[in-house]
Design a protein around this ligand. Structure first.
Ligand SMILES: *Cc1c(COP(=O)(O)O)cnc(C)c1O
Length: 465
């Protein structure tokens, strides 16, 4: 058969658009998108024929035309940001959205963001209010601070704090605390950006009180302490206590600032983890301004929480950068809901997902791993499925040395490599992100909700079927 005849077998665009199945697509996606997709698919078909494809393949492609139009439309209209199942065991996974919030919180959030709210309206006095008012009192109550505000993330918080309190002067930072965290946040760079000059103090492993004393000058506007959240210097080390530094700063009439990084409000030792400095400890130590992330160990939305002395927080609220860094109603709402959970001390570890996941003990995780293994053995007959001990990480640059005893389900496929299985898992409708060792794929159950087990088993059944 000649090419011309094949070309003629391609239906005309306007004829296609009249077809019942295409009309159904128009109903769903609108005429503009459907016309575009039809044009695109018929053009692909023409190219294929021009390229000299064999007749039966061409006929099949004509047959599949409408189905391909539909697929193309589905692809274009599907959101690129999707739910994934985090089977890495890393609780604060930077690439997977860091801290999840709870379903209950998300439902309340939906109600607020799908309508109007009192975000900046003072209902009691019928006038303009402040968006920070919703959680400022709560933050103060939980931490003992005098005042609080919030910006978009902790990097923004550090920038605002230094811009407000140290621009045009020097800020003292220990050489052991010149941190870089993921996403190119480097303390020296943020300092420069704020207009403050960084004055390095001490050495990488040891910084003494006297080093700070000597570095102080008339130009010093603040002392900054940075929690080395994502690494530890071990061995022959020394750093100066925040409380001592606060005294030194106060004697000079300058503020003592601390970037806590993760910012926990509860003592992690009660969950068997090592001690992580809490926000309350910093406030008690007399630090004037403390900042930390909302979506690391706090377990809330992405935010940079700043709290401390009233006069300093008031200055930050007036700073022009604040308007550029301000949080929206999603953040305000989710943050207030997260903080409210901390009021109820006894239930906070159950109701904040991050705390629930880091505090789950190995026997409980192992029991859940056994449940998942049973489902997987049923759905994946062509793989060896076993429950194995493993260790999870907290992640998000928090508690870098900590490994939490956990349990995982190992999948050893008979007919493909572990790498191949991983790639297929990432291509699923709900991608599953596993840990991969040489010959097996491991699902660390710590970060997998039991409610997702049936779906995980069904999807893996398809992949390994
Ligand atoms: C994580 C971290 C930041 C940045 O916080 P984001 O909320 O990710 O912007 C700043 N400083 C320290 C010490 C951190 O650990």
């Amino acid at each position: 058969m000649d090419k011309n005849e094949l070309f003629r077998s391609i239906p005309k665009v306007d004829v296609l658009l009249e077809r019942e199945d295409v009309a159904a697509l128009t109903e769903r996606y609108g005429r503009t998108l459907v016309t575009e997709a039809v044009r695109e698919q018929t053009e692909l078909l023409r190219e294929m024929i021009r390229g000299g494809t064999d007749e039966s393949a061409a006929r099949q492609a004509v047959e599949d035309l409408v189905r391909n139009v539909e697929r193309s439309l589905e692809r274009q209209c599907a959101p690129r940001v999707r739910k994934v199942i985090n089977a890495t065991g890393t609780v604060l996974h930077t690439n997977l959205g860091r801290a999840p919030i709870s379903r209950e919180q998300a439902e309340k959030l939906t109600e607020i963001v799908t309508g109007y709210s009192n975000l900046e309206y003072d209902l009691e006095n019928a006038r303009r209010g402040e968006r920070y008012a919703h959680f400022e009192g709560l933050l103060c109550r939980l931490t003992g601070a005098e005042a609080a505000m919030v910006v978009n993330n902790n990097a923004a918080a550090v920038l605002l704090v230094l811009s407000t309190l140290a621009a045009g002067g020097e800020v003292l930072v220990s050489r052991g605390e010149l941190v870089e965290i993921g996403g190119k946040f480097r303390v020296p760079d943020v300092c420069r950006q704020s207009g403050a000059e960084l004055r390095e103090v001490g050495t990488t492993n040891k910084t003494h009180f006297a080093d700070y004393e000597e570095a102080l000058s008339d130009g010093t506007k603040a002392i900054l302490k940075v929690h080395t959240s994502n690494y530890r210097i071990v061995g022959f080390t020394e750093s100066v206590d925040a409380a001592q530094l606060a005294e030194l700063a106060h004697a000079r009439g300058i503020p003592m600032i601390e970037d806590l990084g993760s910012g926990v409000l509860v003592d992690l030792e009660q969950y068997g983890l090592s001690h992580e400095p809490t926000v309350q400890e910093s406030v008690r130590a007399g630090i004037d301004v403390v900042c930390f992330s909302g979506d690391k160990l706090l377990g809330g939305p992405q935010a940079g929480i700043i709290l401390g002395k009233k006069e300093y927080i008031a200055r930050m609220k007036r700073h022009p950068l604040t308007r550029a860094l301000r949080v929206d109603k999603f953040t305000v709402t989710a943050l207030e809901l997260t903080l409210l959970e901390y009021l109820k001390k006894e239930s906070v570890a159950r109701n904040v997902p991050v705390l629930r996941m880091i505090s789950e003990k190995e026997p409980s995780i192992r029991a859940r791993a056994e449940e998942l293994a049973v489902l997987l053995r049923a759905s994946c007959p062509r793989a060896d499925i076993s429950v194995r001990p493993c260790r999870s990480q907290v992640g998000g640059g928090s508690l870098p040395l900590e490994r939490l005893d956990s349990a995982g389900v190992a999948i050893e496929p008979w007919d493909m490599s572990a790498d191949a299985l991983e790639r297929r898992m990432l291509a699923l409708a709900v991608p599953i992100v596993p840990r991969v060792t040489e010959d097996s794929v491991l699902l660390d159950v710590r970060t997998v909700d039991s409610g997702d087990f049936p779906a995980v088993a069904a999807m893996l059944g398809e992949v390994l079927g």
